[in-house]
Design a protein around this ligand. Structure first.
Ligand SMILES: Cc1cc2nc3c(=O)[nH]c(=O)nc-3n(C[C@H](O)[C@H](O)[C@H](O)COP(=O)(O)OP(=O)(O)OC[C@H]3O[C@@H](n4cnc5c(N)ncnc54)[C@H](O)[C@@H]3O)c2cc1C
Length: 284
């Protein structure tokens, strides 16, 4: 289908973009890589009156070192993330998950910020941002604010972003000395996750000193598996204790049933994939 007609604007800075969103009102939409928005326009699931294309907002692109954290511009593409040495050194979990996102074509256009702002429950990066305790830097008409990952994702395809808000960048604390792994289960290569698990483990003297685990597609928003984290912390990093902790992966999760998988199957997958993710991230 052909999208409904809309006004098109291509600002060159964050303030100009926020101004364009404010002027466009509730029916203005940001265009990042277009990998989710363009299909929605074509299917007329979205019919914005104004599209604000961020393609020229260069200040929202790239990864920079900011002391104890990385700051990743929202317009940084998946492909740029995959080739960024800072990401590989300080936040390898992001690279591990990004590698599993779609195919090369999508990764060349789709953006880190677009994936997070879109907040698809099956998207791989929201759970990664949750496991990494990332902070979202948001610009709106009344200025800038920081939103922790625990508050950013609100519901299915819904975040705290208002229609005239822009996700500018994401601040990711560096995890020095941690092991990380993203484990994804899909039916065919390059497909969306039936379930995914983002795991980060810090070991000390053979024990788990700290652990962070977050799940993809186990509810309308990413699910932080606090039960697993509590069960792991302070225990020996053995195969048995990692497997025992993984049994708690689905505690409190409310996954949906759809033609690809029942909720019960997703609960089962969550425990199996969490065990694998923990073994890869923190196994002996
Ligand atoms: C065939 C295919 C397979 C895919 N497979 C996967 C997969 O396996 N795993 C996965 O995680 N993803 C997958 N994706 C999605 C991909 O990761 C996209 O990059 C992502 O959904 C949207 O990013 P985008 O930059 O294209 O955003 P767009 O499509 O441009 O925007 C998406 C939404 O976010 C809003 N938005 C974008 N950027 C901002 C911003 N900075 N501030 C405020 N709002 C913003 C837009 O207004 C829009 O509502 C797939 C996509 C396709 C087409």
């Amino acid at each position: 289908m052909i999208p409904a007609a809309f006004d098109y604007t291509r600002p060159s800075g964050v303030d100009e973009a926020v101004g364009a969103l404010r002027d466009g009102g509730e029916d203005a939409k940001v265009l990042a890589g277009g990998q989710s928005l363009i299909p929605m326009l074509r299917m007329r699931l979205a019919s914005p009156t104004t599209v604000v294309d961020l393609g020229d907002v260069t200040e929202m692109r790239g990864v920079r070192d900011d002391g104890d954290a990385l700051v990743i511009g929202a317009m940084t593409t998946h492909d740029e993330i995959l080739h960024d040495p800072l990401v590989h050194e300080h936040a390898p979990l992001i690279a591990q998950a990004t590698e599993t996102v779609a195919d090369r074509q999508v990764r060349h256009l789709g953006t880190f910020g677009g994936s997070l702002a879109h907040a698809d429950p099956a998207g791989d990066l929201p759970s990664v941002a949750s496991a990494l305790d990332a902070t979202f830097e948001v610009a709106g008409p009344s200025g800038r604010r920081s939103v922790p990952a625990s508050e950013f994702f609100v519901d299915y395809l819904t975040t705290v972003l208002e229609p005239d808000d822009l996700l500018v960048s994401v601040r990711v604390p560096k995890l020095t000395g941690w092991g990380t792994h993203y484990e994804k289960f899909n039916r065919v290569a390059q497909a969306w996750a039936l379930v995914g698990v983002a795991a980060a483990v810090r070991r000390s003297n053979g024990s788990v000193a700290e652990a962070r685990v977050a799940l993809t597609n186990m509810g309308p928003t990413p699910v932080r598996a606090y039960g697993v984290e509590d069960a792991l912390t302070g225990t020996a990093a053995t195969e048995d204790s990692l497997a025992a902790a993984a049994q708690r992966a689905a505690d409190g999760a409310e996954p949906s049933s759809d033609p690809s998988a029942s909720a019960e199957y997703r609960m089962h997958l969550a425990t199996v994939l969490t065990r694998r993710a923990l073994q890869a991230a923190g196994g002996a």
